[in-house]
Ligand binder design. Structure first.
Ligand code: TYM
Length: 348
């Protein structure tokens, strides 16, 4: 049977990159799943500790993220939705995997490197004298090992993510195969399920991916943004010197990104065919006109989500707490079954 697993960090209200690159796919998979398919989605609060460590913020973001997952249409009775820190076994399996994980392999992962803002050839493992020491925290470096544990502990067969997670999933497969090679067939190497919108770019700098950590908050559209806010962000979205729409992914990354967002949110896109075919109807349209059409498309798509989001977020957490408790219980059962086999295999 299929087991679908994925995770999201509670670092703020999710943005269009999260939604189009992953969350929209999570809901689709849930709604199209047959009875035998298990779906497990985690709000990875332990991973979020590698970023800022502000208790009040984290607590707020955890519940906001859960409210978002419910608002987009995940059903806590059908899918298991849980906070990672509610299931202790994730941390236990991480330790076990880390006893075999290769430092060399981990050091080649691009994500921690991009978070380090490496100064030229300075060695990230060496403490720089005089400063607060080493910028590289162990948790950021071993982040992929915890992610591998998340996936392997539920014996996930499929992991729906955006393109930026491909390297981490490859690492999870390496962990599973290595463990199985030494201890027998206990873990399941998962397949990566890339969403059709696998990479949404920043509205402010189309060469970068849309991200929660970008300083400019006009670089992303949040699922909770009102029409007025969407309109403002759209107005300043960076394109190029040509004021008219044309489809040219190589030379016009900004315009292409906007076309891509429209394509994945417009209910009429399905009948248009490919992105290129969809884009044809806007060929030669003034960018201003296209941006205002795109504002409508995004707002129409997000309005029901936003309304549900604010209802959940304001519901004094009753419904959310019930969902989290149910999710934690189901996730613990799933994790404990694997841990029994793992402990047995390694002689604990
Ligand atoms: P996170 O929280 O950064 O992002 C959640 C999901 O959103 C996708 N995504 C994007 N997709 C397209 N374009 C973008 N600009 C964009 N930005 C984000 C991500 O690919 C991801 O699917 N390490 C993970 C969380 C995690 C996880 C896991 C995922 C922890 N354990 C196990 C899968 C399985 C992360 O930081 O995602």
């Amino acid at each position: 049977a299929k087991v679908i697993f994925s995770g999201i960090q509670p670092t703020g209200v999710p943005h269009l990159g999260n939604y189009l690159g992953a969350l929209q796919q999570w809901v689709k998979l849930q709604n199209e799943a047959d009875e035998d398919t298990k779906l497990i989605y985690s709000i990875v609060d332990l991973h979020a500790l590698t970023g800022s460590q502000d208790a009040a913020e984290l607590r707020k973001h955890k519940w906001n993220t859960l409210a978002t997952l419910m608002a987009i249409g995940l059903n806590p009775w059908r899918s298991t939705i849980f906070f990672q820190s509610d299931v202790l076994a994730h941390s236990e399996l991480m330790w076990i995997l880390s006893c075999e994980a290769s430092m060399g392999y981990l050091s080649r992962m691009t994500q921690w490197k991009s978070k380090l803002d490496l100064e030229e050839n300075h060695n990230p493992f060496e403490a720089s004298p005089g400063k607060e020491g080493n910028k590289l925290k162990l948790g950021l470096f071993s982040y992929p090992v915890l992610q591998a544990a998340d996936i392997l502990i539920h014996r996930a067969t499929h992991v729906p993510v955006g393109h930026d997670q491909s390297q981490h999933l490859e690492f999870a497969r390496v962990c599973a195969n290595g463990f199985n090679h030494r201890h027998g067939q206990v873990l399941v190497p998962p397949s990566t399920l890339l969403s059709p919108a696998k990479r949404i770019q920043s509205l402010a700098e189309p060469s970068l991916k849309m991200s929660k950590s970008h300083l400019n908050n006009k670089s992303r559209i949040l699922l909770s943004d009102t029409k007025n806010t969407i309109e403002k962000k759209m107005k300043v979205a960076v394109t190029d010197t040509n004021g008219y729409v044309s489809y040219d992914p190589e030379k016009r990354p900004g315009v292409t990104n906007l076309l891509q967002i429209a394509y994945h949110m417009d209910p009429e896109a399905a009948s248009a065919g490919s992105l290129e075919e969809y884009a044809r109807q806007f060929e030669g349209t003034h960018l201003k006109t296209f941006k205002s059409k795109l504002t409508d498309v995004i707002d129409d798509h997000l309005t029901p989500i936003r309304e549900r989001y604010f209802t959940f977020a304001a519901s004094q957490n009753g419904e959310l707490m019930e969902a989290a408790e149910l999710g934690a219980k189901k996730a613990r059962e799933s994790a404990d079954a694997t841990m029994k086999a793992v402990r047995d295999a390694i002689g604990l």
